[in-house]
Design a protein. Structure first.
Length: 252
């Protein structure tokens, strides 16, 4: 009954913020946020630096940032410790229940806080230290109006001694697509078909072997191959143009 519902809600929070039901946030008066570009640090071409959380602020992080301002420091640190354990893949349901009993927070409040903290830390830990500097991380949290003493604790997790353990766990839990390990192709010309006496239409046969052991063979018509070639060239040009922008260059 009620105990099972509590476990389900808290488990969803611990398994990742995006599993939190939208109704929980709506009940707490949280709205889906508008796009969240960082207001400062305008780079070449007038581009603003975007928060490490992305162009659109995750709604669970927004809800957490609004709720966290009312927390006491002791309760915040307990929740942060639980969130770190969850990121390491540990079962934290008993710890969450103890916090619920001692803090007086409702199940919805706990779910909002933990799921938001989980998402914030996970997104920060996914980025290499070379591209997310500590001062930039702190500035992004200030934009969310998170209390300064909590920002210091968040930064200690992301840039502290436990980072390698947290990074390794997050990478091992990430969904990975198989990689291409071998690629072969050849051009064939159909001299005739059942409908045309002389076709002389070239086509490209391709075969890919993937890291999961599977092989895929398919035929690409000339028009589709030209479309593929054009789009690859376009992507390479756009990547080259982006690399020239000083706002995207890593600063030591």
């Amino acid at each position: 009954g009620m105990a099972a519902s509590r476990d389900l809600l808290l488990c969803k929070a611990l398994l990742g913020g995006r599993l939190l039901p939208l109704g929980a946030m709506a009940a707490a008066g949280k709205a889906v946020s508008p796009p969240y570009p960082h207001p400062g640090l305008v780079g070449e071409g007038g581009l603003s630096r975007v928060s490490f959380l992305g162009v659109r602020l995750p709604q669970e992080v927004e809800a957490m940032a609004k709720s966290i301002r009312d927390l006491g420091k002791e309760t915040f640190r307990k929740l942060l410790k639980v969130t770190m354990s969850a990121l390491e893949g540990k079962d934290c349901r008993e710890s969450v229940k103890m916090i619920a009993e001692s803090s007086g927070l409702s199940d919805e409040q706990l779910a909002i806080l933990i799921s938001g903290m989980y998402t914030l830390l996970r997104e920060a830990l996914r980025l290499p230290v070379s591209s997310l500097k500590e001062d930039v991380f702190k500035e992004d949290l200030r934009e969310l109006r998170i209390p300064e003493e909590f920002i210091v604790d968040f930064a200690t997790v992301v840039f502290g001694n436990r980072r390698p353990i947290l990074e390794a766990t997050i990478q091992s839990q990430a969904n990975k697509l198989p990689r291409v390990i071998d690629f072969k192709w050849r051009v064939d010309v159909a001299i005739s078909t059942s409908s045309l006496a002389r076709a002389l239409q070239p086509s490209i046969l391709m075969q890919m072997k993937l890291s999961d052991g599977t092989a895929h063979r398919f035929e690409v018509p000339l028009a589709k191959f030209q479309e593929l070639r054009y789009n690859v060239a376009l992507i390479l040009k756009e990547m080259n143009d982006l690399e020239k922008r000083s706002v995207l260059k890593i600063q030591d």
